[in-house]
Ligand binder design. Structure first.
Ligand code: SAM
Length: 245
């Protein structure tokens, strides 16, 4: 019968495609993807040619019915996004919900995810963490959202575009305090780099270095005892290192 596969694809390094992801894409009748040109490159790397249909931010509601109808009619639909796991800062959530409500089996086929990859190598606590994804673009709304997470004793995981990283970090420092941070850039790619230090140190770094590439930001949570944001007075052996691999 028909079903929906949620398939994780590389966040940069094409070698991160698992055998099962390959198999799933091969067996699917239809691949729903954000950008057909982008996914065609992945498929051709895998030696596959498959029918594709676009499923993105702007048609995620209008296409949902049609795709679920096709699953009900017996098609195996694989949902992928441009990078990483669909449904996380990418379209997917609504389609999964629709499939679940209509009794269509939903089968996740896991692959890379930038937030998880970043937090486990950040050196900051991975448990608990709170995945925020992208903050609002405008400073006022961004600060209001940061305010919601200020007292949460969990590492905070953000995605951010390079042209907004300075302003984002400035707002983080203002609202959350000068916490320990780790910024992962270009994960799994040739120019993977890590910046670890206080938020203020990361900001200083970006005064001289033009931010480029894809970035995931990990910020240490509020300390559990006081539920206050961490101050500079707390002793720490946190260090800053930039590793170029
Ligand atoms: N669904 C994806 C996932 O599972 O990670 C995330 C998609 S979201 C539209 C794209 C954002 O994820 C980028 O702007 C960046 O913040 C982060 N990201 C994606 N690839 C990355 C990489 N290779 N290194 C660091 N961050 C990355």
């Amino acid at each position: 019968g028909g079903l929906l596969y949620i398939v994780g694809t590389p966040i940069g390094n094409l070698e991160d495609v698992s055998a099962r992801v390959h198999q799933t894409l091969e067996q699917a009748d239809l691949i729903a993807c954000e950008d057909t040109r982008h996914t065609r490159k992945l498929l051709s790397h895998l030696g596959l040619a498959k029918p594709m249909i676009s499923y993105h931010e702007h048609n995620r509601f209008s296409r949902m019915e049609e795709l679920t109808d096709r699953m009900e009619a017996g098609e195996r639909v694989a949902l992928v996004s441009d990078a990483g796991m669909p449904g996380l800062s990418d379209p997917g959530e609504e389609l999964v919900r629709e499939a679940v409500e209509r009794g269509v089996p939903v089968i996740p086929v896991p692959g890379p995810n930038a937030a998880l990859t970043a937090v486990v190598a950040s050196g900051l606590p991975a448990q608990p963490f709170l995945f925020v994804g992208f903050l609002p673009r405008h400073s006022k709304e961004r600060k209001a959202e940061l305010e919601r997470w200020r007292h949460i004793p969990a590492s905070l995981l953000f995605y951010e575009a390079p042209h907004r990283i300075r302003q984002m970090l400035a707002d983080v420092q203002e609202v959350l305090g000068d916490r320990e941070a780790a910024i992962a850039r270009e994960l799994t790619k040739k120019h993977e780099e890590w910046l670890r230090g206080r938020v203020s140190e990361c900001l200083t770094w970006f005064e001289e270095e033009q931010p480029r590439g894809e970035m995931t930001v990990v910020i240490k949570g509020a300390s559990p005892e006081t539920k206050e944001s961490q101050g500079e007075e707390e002793s720490s052996e946190w260090w800053r290192a930039l590793t170029i691999m």
